[in-house]
Design a protein around this ligand. Sequence first.
Ligand SMILES: [Zn+2]
Length: 440
Amino acid sequence: MMDLPGLFIAPVFHFSDLNGSTTRRVQFGDGAGIPIVGDWTGTGIDMPGLKIGAIFHFGNMDGSTIRRVQFGDGPGTPVVGDWDGTGTDKPGLKIGAIFHLGDMNGRTIRRVQFGDGPGTPIVGDWDGTGTDKPGLLIGSTFHLGDMNGRTIRRVQFGDGVGTPVVGDWDGTGTDKPGLLIGSTFHLGDMNGRTIRRIRFGDGIGTPVVGDWMTSNFTFDADISAANRARLIDRHRFAIGRIGGCNNLSAAERESLFKAYQKPIRHSTLNEPGINARATIGGSHLQVNFGVLFPQGNTEISQTLIHEMMHSAGFTHPDRRDPPTGMSCASPNPSLFDCPFDNGQYYGTPPLRAELCIAGSQSLALGLITQKAGQERCSINADGVATLYTEFSDTLEVVGASDESFDTLEIIRASDESFDTLEVVRATDGTFETREIDKYC
Ligand SMILES: [Zn+2]
């Protein structure tokens, strides 16, 4: 998630980008009501909504109404959040000191007393567990609570002036305090420091906050609904990895976030062996669904983040393969390119961005797959196999179980059918599996 400021100036929602430019305007309703913003359908994109009387109106990005839910009897301050971790936001009300948390059928699923009544309600996922929890701004202190009404953290932010907003300002998966003061959104961290200021609007309107990254993406008509949904899902997975990715500099992460706000047109590519293609600094991404999608979700996100880096303006030279007699068993970045060598090819932003997804670089896996065609393999009593590959005239052990690319473990398919193998790689201490569909 990467949250951005917005303003409701009745009846129009104005959504900002990181620069304070309007990336989208959506008219919703006729001016009445209290604005709310949330992900009503689980796409990852936040959309407009309104509480009018006792009815929560949940809207779409085209201004249509997705759903109307009666929740409560009218009184109370609306809050919306994902109370149960299902991936969609739901209605809620703060009445007195009680947060009434509802579902999409208008039922109360939980009541949480937090504080004594005073304070401006805020809700957010303070600890990255995937559920939103109550909070209050009282004076200049953000009191962040849990579902049992306990305070898990107090953050002083600002001087008591301004309207509170909360969001995940840096894409790290937790919501943090912010304030709209005049026309400037001051976005803070959990230590009460300002990490970003975005000037948006003229000081009028009600602030709203949400993630509208990718909401300007377009998809050619020949792309099926299923492929389109998977593309968005994989893009959004990639976005969620950017904030905490140390393989990119702060400036590179910023450029990438900005690229995701562009109106990227997606079209179909039919070119053998090519996963995808994007114009440098452009807004056109071509996807070879038949080639890329069977490679699995990790590879899709890796490819997309690489291409989005191209859209962000970054490029890389052609990859230099090892000359005869040499291989990536003995990397030589001055002569040829090998995964993780951080050289003139793998060290470029698009290739480093791939590391954000699962700690691997696409062509490393491509190399394994390619080499698997010449494999020799032995399997021990535990079903763990080691793959040996003839590469040029040297016998080489390929793989990356320890990230150093000098061993590769392969285990047999759990169904013992012996015709699908899984590559097991350690990534940040965890294991990833990947089918390479090869006989051993
Ligand atoms: Zn590229």
